[in-house]
Design a protein around this ligand. Sequence first.
Ligand code: MRU
Length: 364
Amino acid sequence: MLVDGKPTRTIWLGEDGATVEIIDQTKLPFEFVVAGMTTLDDAATAIRDMLVRGAPLIGATAAYGMALAMRGDTSDAGLENAYKVLYATRPTAVNLRWALDDLKALLAPLAEANRVAAAYARAAEICDEDVDMCSSLGEHGRGVIEKIWEAKGKPDRINVLTHCNAGWLATVDWGTALAPVYKAHDAGIPVHVWVDETRPRNQGASLTCWELGQHGVPHTLIVDNVGGHLMQHGQVDVCITGTDRTTAAGDVCNKIGTYLKALAAKDNNVPFYVGLPGPTIDWTIDDGVRDVPIEQRDAGEVTKLTGVTDSGTIETVTISPPGSPAANYAFDVTPARLVTGLITERGVSEASKAGLAALYPENA
Ligand code: MRU
């Protein structure tokens, strides 16, 4: 997508052919900073500290992390260690495991001398595949938005509500939940996005608002508890979110608070769609509430807020009494029964075992 008019991805190979460059998303929306990764530790830190985040981008970064690791140690032990270090960075987004399994299966049978080049080549390919998948799911999602818009008599505004950041910053390009929005906007459909701020890290406020603004998509930031009210008053035509792990039976794990939006959508007959590329499906589990590991992060993300002051300095402030403990659950699971449809690169499916199996017969 465009940043100041220039086509930009979230991750790319630097000019030296070895350094992997990323947008440091912890600095957005206040500064646009590019960070270079040259080692396995750099990649692990970038994922763990959320310089990069969003399920597909975590997978792409892990793939490049394997390539960076091979530069340091091409042995079998080096490969095992890289897998272990990267796998431990964040537990919920299944794209991480998917990418690591892919790279390991490719590299393990190769002679050590060939591993570096093969890892870089495959990581680049994974990035390109992600762009293609997200673009294609965007087209299918555009169709969903267009149908809803037409069914309502083509009003001069169609309202999409989204949660967290499942835009191009969460992928290599295009996004998952937001790819349909970009495609609809580009096709002349008058789409407007309600953006949940998404406490505690505020990926909606800082990242989704920023990227929608860069692309010129009309949007309005709301606090996380507003969605239900808007739905009761007919102000939301469709909810579209991303997902960090969708089970083979269509349960959707996504950023904390997604479940509550799906409940409100059900109660108000608002369609609730989820955008995802194939690698976000975990074919090994069915029951998301029981089986998806939910990341718990530092309580400081809940008790503190970071922002820019009127004088332009970035500051962090505490918002709760020093003695009050805080809990920071990063994801929740929306059961398949609350999901109207899954928008994938292969089309839109019912959120069910049969629906996903029909789209991905080779995995089912
Ligand atoms: O904790 P984050 O910022 O990595 O969580 C991201 C999300 O929950 C996104 O909605 C999800 O990864 C979908 S990605 C396109």
